[in-house]
Design a protein around this ligand. Structure first.
Ligand SMILES: NC(=O)c1ccc[n+]([C@@H]2O[C@H](COP(=O)([O-])OP(=O)(O)OC[C@H]3O[C@@H](n4cnc5c(N)ncnc54)[C@H](O)[C@@H]3O)[C@@H](O)[C@H]2O)c1
Ligand SMILES: [Zn+2]
Length: 360
């Protein structure tokens, strides 16, 4: 399946190909971009799992194989140190402006690789080969890249589009169920805020999706990439529409920060955050309670958390306020009027406190 997206600002064409086994054809495909050299950025886990196949494909296409850019596995390596390591390697190899950086990995690698490609020599060619569901449907799509500072997540970065995103659903076979569910949460979110058909598709196919049945999963990946592309090509730099993708993330992010990225995964906090946002929507008389119940039961069936043991409401509020304050003691939340109809609302502490009941 081929999808071509055109970004108006900055002007750029991004080709997305979703195909089982595409990993073995990457050399031939990226040759069309006429790079002077290909540099692969990956982590230690993906190197063991898939770099062999990729390397073979690059060699067959006639690319001289350079030593890799490899970082250790983990969110904490989406860092300034890793960025510096990548620059050092590229300079050592005398990488020029026609070089291509090819990322092989999850969102950590695509975010870091995007930041490297955007800034090395003011921009080199970039191709993503995302290997987690999160990276395939979300992180690699839309041009946002970034790294973490020790005191703030994703605080350094830019918008820079890949020329190609090459998605091989087959690689998801080795992904843990927890990381797989992280991706499913993001697709549920995209469906809820912008595509009722996609949401219904997930509802109707939840069992095959949980079992990663090939055909259903392929359909899910293609539909969510299309939907994310539609939103991000309309609003390439997050001036308006794109903010709807923050649904469930205001609370989710704060919870993630509070638990210091250790206990709950990103997807798990977003699952809870979506329920809080839906409860707020109901309490503020925007949405019908049926919508809340429908999402709650889907998340439960998927095995995602819908309850949390203890939550320091005041502290979470403070963290969110730092991040998303609207002024006058209120925080901006993306809420829903109905399926596919998001609305931005400033919420006060009392409303938030009441909404938390849904997950506690
Ligand atoms: N730029 C964006 O728009 C955007 C959107 C969403 C998320 N993100 C970022 O993405 C990151 C999260 O991405 P993620 O969830 O992919 O995490 P990740 O990159 O840490 O990958 C999760 C784990 O899965 C392993 N893995 C990856 N592919 C595998 C495979 N095929 N088989 C087995 N193991 C595999 C990784 O080594 C890692 O241990 C965060 O840093 C987040 O900020 C960015
Ligand atoms: Zn997210």
């Amino acid at each position: 399946m081929k999808i071509i997206a055109e970004y108006p600002n900055p002007p750029q064409i991004c080709r997305v190909i979703v195909q089982d086994g595409i990993l073995q054809q990457i050399g031939r495909i990226v040759k069309r971009l006429k790079p002077s050299q290909v540099y692969v950025l990956t982590n230690t886990t993906l190197r063991k799992l898939y770099y062999g196949k990729l390397q073979e494909s690059l060699s067959q296409a006639g690319f001289r194989v350079h030593p890799l850019l490899v970082i250790p596995d983990g969110e904490r390596f989406k860092s300034l140190d890793s960025l510096r390591y990548c620059y050092d390697r590229l300079i050592n190899y005398k990488a020029d402006r026609e070089s291509l950086l090819l990322t092989l990995g999850g969102g950590v690698i695509t975010d870091l690789g995007g930041a490297v490609a955007a800034t090395y020599m003011r921009g080199i060619k970039l191709v993503h080969v995302p290997t987690t569901l999160v990276a395939q449907v979300d992180a690699s799509v839309g041009g946002k890249n970034g790294i973490n500072h020790t005191r703030a997540k994703n605080i350094i970065g830019s918008f820079y589009h890949a020329q190609m995103i090459l998605v091989d659903p087959q690689v998801l076979e080795t992904l843990s169920q927890r990381h797989y569910l992280n991706g499913l949460v993001e697709v549920i979110k995209i469906g809820l805020v912008s595509n009722p058909g996609l949401f219904s598709f997930i509802q109707n196919n939840i069992d095959p999706l949980l079992q990663r049945q090939k055909k259903t999963l392929l359909k899910l990946i293609v539909s969510s990439i299309r939907q994310k592309l539609e939103i991000t090509t309309t609003d390439p730099q997050e001036q308006g529409l794109r903010k709807i993708l923050n649904f469930g993330h205001t609370f989710g992010h704060a919870l993630e920060t509070k638990s210091n990225y250790t206990k709950l995964s990103h997807g798990e906090t977003v699952s809870l955050g979506m329920l809080v946002a839906l409860k707020l929507s109901v309490d503020l008389k925007l949405a019908n309670v049926k919508l809340l119940r429908m999402v709650q039961s889907l998340l439960q069936v998927a095995g995602l958390p819908t309850q949390i043991k203890r939550v320091d409401i005041r502290q979470i509020w403070e963290i969110m306020y730092m991040d998303k304050k609207a002024g006058y003691g209120r925080i901006n939340f993306v809420l829903l009027e109905e399926l596919g109809k998001p609305i931005l609302r400033a919420v006060n502490f009392q409303d938030f406190k009441r909404a938390i009941e849904i997950i506690s």
